[in-house]
Write a protein that binds this ligand. Structure first.
Ligand code: T46
Length: 137
């Protein structure tokens, strides 16, 4: 299953806004070691263009609208993150692109591992070879 979205529990207080929450190892299927977020991007910006060998993450957009394109080497799919209570689980060996649909949209990411530049596959052909022959890379 390429698209795994979660609906966060949300509690609205009349006239005071909404609190949304997800819990590691309960609502997302892994423990969380790192959180990062991307902001200040103009409309139309495209980021990503890579896959990870091991990293598992959950993405959400607390403000704005960001199109996420996923590709597992066989199937391609996309989802619009435009709801602060919607999360997207992105598993390893998943090519991803993120396209800003609205200026200043914020992309938040919770990851199961610390940053490791060697975990990235930034060449698409290398990604296709890796998914075609798992265990050889
Ligand atoms: C991903 C998508 C959704 C760090 O130093 N530490 C970090 O934890 C991260 C995530 C990045 N960096 C450095 C590495 C680069 O020099 O920040 C710079 C920008 O990273 P990158 O070009 O990989 O950013 P995106 O937006 O293309 O991708 C990021 C994550 O890197 C990636 O894991 O899945 O967001």
């Amino acid at each position: 299953m390429i698209l795994q979205t979660i609906s966060m529990k949300s509690v609205t207080a009349e006239g005071m806004g909404t609190l949304s929450v997800f819990e590691a190892e309960r609502d997302v299927p892994f423990a969380i070691k790192r959180i990062y977020y991307i902001y200040g991007a103009p409309e139309g910006v495209q980021r990503g263009g890579h896959a990870h060998k091991a990293l598992r993450q959950v993405l959400w957009c607390p403000y704005g609208s960001i199109l996420i394109r996923l590709d597992d080497g066989t199937e391609k799919s996309e989802v619009l993150l435009n709801d602060p209570a919607k999360g997207l689980i992105v598993e390893h060996y998943m090519w991803r692109e993120m396209i800003w649909q609205q200026k200043d949209s914020v992309l938040c990411v919770a990851a199961d591992s610390y940053y490791d530049a060697d975990d990235y596959i930034r060449d698409y052909d290398a990604f296709l070879a890796a998914v075609a022959h798992p265990g050889q890379n």
